[in-house]
Design a protein around this ligand. Structure first.
Ligand SMILES: [Zn+2]
Length: 215
């Protein structure tokens, strides 16, 4: 099974993707972070609670089917959500509609089409684990909790999902590399077929990061 990392296309060829960001407007409400059942450390960001008031920032002349923002939640067009459900894909919790307070143009020419409806949604926090050794992950201090495998991640050479622990989701956050959205091969085929216009998908074996080049 191949897995892929889904991320914001803003650092890629922006003529190819409908790059769209969102920025919460006003003070955001948050719930409690999910904690590791073994060590009690937080294993998610604080969940964003309604109202979902946002400023939409399209960087090209199209509205993106996926809007990326500062939280683990994504903004997804109604088209995305409907097609995802129709395809029987798994791993997405659709919360509720976002209220688009304003649209801030970040580039491109005139925006094509009407402003679509957006839903706030979050990929499942799965118990699927990243194989940190096979991923070449380096931590500041050795990982002590075998359940959440938390710690300050300095860098990784690739992202290898421990397939034996995979719960069958098509889009999810995994244990060991928080904040990284992982998708299945099925999601990638669907993304292409449905002509979802935003979100870069990189083969997980090829996805490396160096967060602290000085350490
Ligand atoms: Zn833990």
């Amino acid at each position: 099974m191949n897995f892929y990392v889904l991320h914001n296309p803003s650092s890629y060829d922006t003529s190819k993707y409908a790059v769209t960001d969102y920025e919460p407007v006003g003070k955001s409400n948050f719930g409690d972070a999910t904690r590791c059942p073994e060590c009690g450390e937080p294993i998610s960001m604080l969940p964003w609670l309604p109202p979902y008031r946002v400023m939409l920032e399209p960087w090209t002349n199209r509205y993106g089917d996926i809007g990326f923002g500062p939280y683990e939640e994504l903004l997804l067009t109604e088209r995305f959500v409907e097609r995802f459900r129709q395809a029987g894909l798994r791993g997405l919790e659709v919360l509720s509609k976002a209220e688009i307070v304003s649209v801030k143009r970040r580039g491109g020419t005139r925006l094509e089409g009407d402003l679509p409806s957006y839903f706030v949604a979050i990929p499942t926090l799965s118990s699927t684990k990243i194989d940190l050794e096979a991923s070449g992950a380096e931590f500041e201090t050795p990982v002590t909790c075998g359940t959440c495998r938390g710690g300050l991640l300095l860098r990784h050479a690739r992202v290898i999902v421990n397939e034996a622990t995979w719960q069958g989701e098509d889009i999810f956050y995994a244990r060991g590399m928080p904040g990284l959205i992982i998708t299945s091969q099925r999601f990638v085929s669907w993304h292409l077929q449905s002509q979802i216009n935003s979100g870069v998908l990189v083969r997980s074996e090829k996805y490396s990061k160096n967060f602290y080049s000085s350490k």
